[in-house]
Design a protein around this ligand. Structure first.
Ligand code: AMP
Length: 407
C-alpha cells in the first residue's frame, strides 16, 4: 500500500485499492499516476490488462467532485469496455462516491438521458455520445479530464472523425489522457492536434513470457474442428477463449461445440447489446471449463481474468492481433496456454505472425483423436480421416521449429 501512497494516491482511493487486494502498482500505474495527479497531459502506451483503468481512474476520482456537473469524459471503443470501465471506476470511487454512468448504443436512450442530468463522470462510445450531443442531452462545457481509452482501437474501428468532433466540444482548458496499446501515426496526429505538451510513458504487456506456453498443431482442414473438440475436452482448463476471424465462423464454431457437448458461447459485434451483456455475465459466472468463442472486435478491451487457454481457431489476418489475443492469458503471475490450430489456409497468416512478432511457438504432435460430426461451413467437410495434414494441400508450411522468445 505504501508504494501506491508514494505515487500520490489519496486515502479514499488507497482504501478501495486495499479492498481490491492489489499489492503494488503495475508498471503503467507507477509511471503515469504521478503525472496524471499533477494534471499533465499523458500518452500512455499500454495494453489491456496493464492496469490502465486505475491509472486514469485515480486522476478522475481525486480531481472530480460529486454534484459539480460532468467533469470527466472517458471515450472507449466498445460497449463492453464502457460497462467494464464504468464498473471499475465505481468500485475504485467507493470511498469518494461520484455519479458515474456508461453511455453506449444498442440500448434505450431514455435512462441514459436521465442519468446524464446528474453524472459527474461519463464513460461512453463515440456514436452514442454524438447522439446525445445532437439531442442536447449532454453538456461538455465543464469537462476538465478527457480520457481516450484504447485510442488505436477507436481509430481501427473508424471512429476517428467522431472522436475529433467530441474532443472539439470539450473545453480547451482541460487535461487529456490518451491510452493506446500501439502508438500509431493517427495517435500521434491526434495528440499533436488536441493535447497540451503531452508526456509519454509506456509499459510492457502484463503477459509473462515464462508463463505463457505457445504451441501450434498442423492439421487437415477437415479435422480442425475435431481437434478443437478433442483439446477442449482433454486439456485441463479454466476459462477458455477461442478466436475466429469472422462473425459467421464464431457462430458456427460455438453452435457446433454445443452440439459436441462443449459448454460454449459466441460473442461478436453482430449480437444485440443485451445479449452480449448476458453472455459476458454468464462467462464471468461460468467458472470452470467455460468456452467463449469470439472475434477480435468483441474481445478487445474485455477484462476477463483467469483465462487459462487461448485458442486461435483461425490465425488472425493482422499479425498484431495475435499479440492482443495471447495477451488474454498468463496474466498477473498465472500460467497460460496459447494454442494455434493451423490448416493450410492459415499458413500465410501464421508465417506473417512469426515474421512480424518475436514469439516462441512450438509445434505440437497431433494426438490421436476421433472425427466429430459437425454442421460446419464449407471447407470443413465431413471426410473421415485421422487428423493428419494432407501434405498435398500444404502451400507454404511455416518454418518454426526453433524456440523464439516473446517480446
Ligand atoms: P485494466 O488494464 O485496467 O483493464 O486492468 C486489468 C486488470 O488488472 C483488472 O482486473 C484490474 O482490476 C487489475 N489490476 C489493476 N491494477 C492492479 C494492480 N496494481 N495489481 C493487481 N491487479 C491490478
Amino acid at each position: 500500500m505504501e508504494s501506491f501512497k508514494n505515487l500520490g494516491v489519496s486515502e479514499p482511493v488507497l482504501r478501495s485499492i486495499n479492498d481490491a487486494k492489489f499489492e503494488s502498482p503495475s508498471e503503467i500505474q507507477e509511471k503515469s499516476i504521478p503525472l496524471i495527479i499533477a494534471g499533465k497531459d499523458v500518452i500512455a502506451g499500454s495494453a489491456t490488462g496493464s492496469g490502465k483503468t486505475l491509472a486514469f481512474g485515480t486522476g478522475i476520482i481525486q480531481n472530480c467532485e460529486k454534484g459539480k456537473g460532468l467533469q470527466s469524459l472517458v471515450l472507449v471503443p466498445t460497449r463492453e469496455l464502457a460497462e467494464q470501465v464504468s464498473k471499475a471506476l465505481t468500485k475504485f470511487s467507493k470511498y469518494r462516491p461520484l455519479g458515474i454512468i456508461a453511455v453506449y448504443g444498442g440500448v434505450g436512450i431514455n435512462p441514459q438521458i436521465q442519468g446524464l442530468r446528474t453524472a459527474d463522470v461519463v464513460v461512453g462510445t463515440p456514436g452514442r455520445l454524438l447522439d446525445h450531443i445532437a439531442r442536447n442531452t449532454i453538456r461538455l462545457n465543464k469537462v476538465k479530464i478527457l480520457v481516450l481509452d484504447e485510442a488505436d482501437r477507436m481509430f481501427d474501428m473508424g471512429f476517428k472523425e467522431d472522436v475529433e468532433k467530441i474532443i472539439r466540444k470539450c473545453p480547451q482548458e482541460r487535461q487529456t489522457l490518451l491510452f493506446s496499446a500501439t502508438i500509431t501515426k493517427d495517435v500521434v496526429r491526434l495528440s499533436r492536434a488536441h493535447m497540451n505538451q503531452p508526456l509519454q510513458v509506456s509499459a510492457e504487456s502484463q503477459v509473462d513470457p515464462e508463463k505463457l506456453h505457445q504451441t501450434y498443431y498442423d492439421v487437415g482442414e477437415d479435422m480442425k474442428f475435431s481437434l478443437l473438440v478433442h483439446l477442449l475436452k482433454h486439456e485441463e482448463s479454466n476459462l477458455v477463449m477461442v478466436f475466429c476471424n469472422t462473425k459467421r465462423n464464431t457462430d458456427k464454431v460455438a453452435k457446433n461445440l454445443r452440439f459436441a457437448e462443449v459448454d460454449a458461447m459466441a460473442i461478436h459485434g453482430g449480437l444485440p447489446q443485451g445479449k452480449r451483456n448476458n453472455i459476458m455475465e454468464r462467462f464471468h459466472e461460468g467458472g470452470k471449463a467455460c468456452v467463449l468463442v469470439c472475434t477480435d472486435v468483441a474481445a478487445r478491451g474485455l477484462d476477463i481474468p483467469d483465462v487459462s487457454h487461448v485458442y486461435n481457431y483461425d490465425i488472425p489476418r493482422e499479425s498484431k492481433q495475435y499479440i492482443h489475443r495471447i495477451g488474454r492469458t498468463a496474466r498477473a503471475g498465472a500460467d497460460g496456454k496459447a494454442i494455434n490450430i493451423l490448416s493450410s489456409k492459415d499458413y500465410d497468416n501464421f508465417s506473417q505472425v512469426l515474421k512480424e512478432n518475436n514469439v516462441d511457438v512450438m509445434e505440437e504432435k497431433l494426438p490421436a483423436f476421433n472425427k466429430v460430426a459437425a454442421r460446419m461451413p464449407e471447407g470443413m467437410g465431413n471426410k473421415s480421416g485421422e487428423g493428419r495434414t494432407n501434405k498435398s494441400t500444404i502451400r507454404r508450411k511455416p518454418q518454426n521449429n526453433r524456440r523464439r522468445r516473446l517480446y
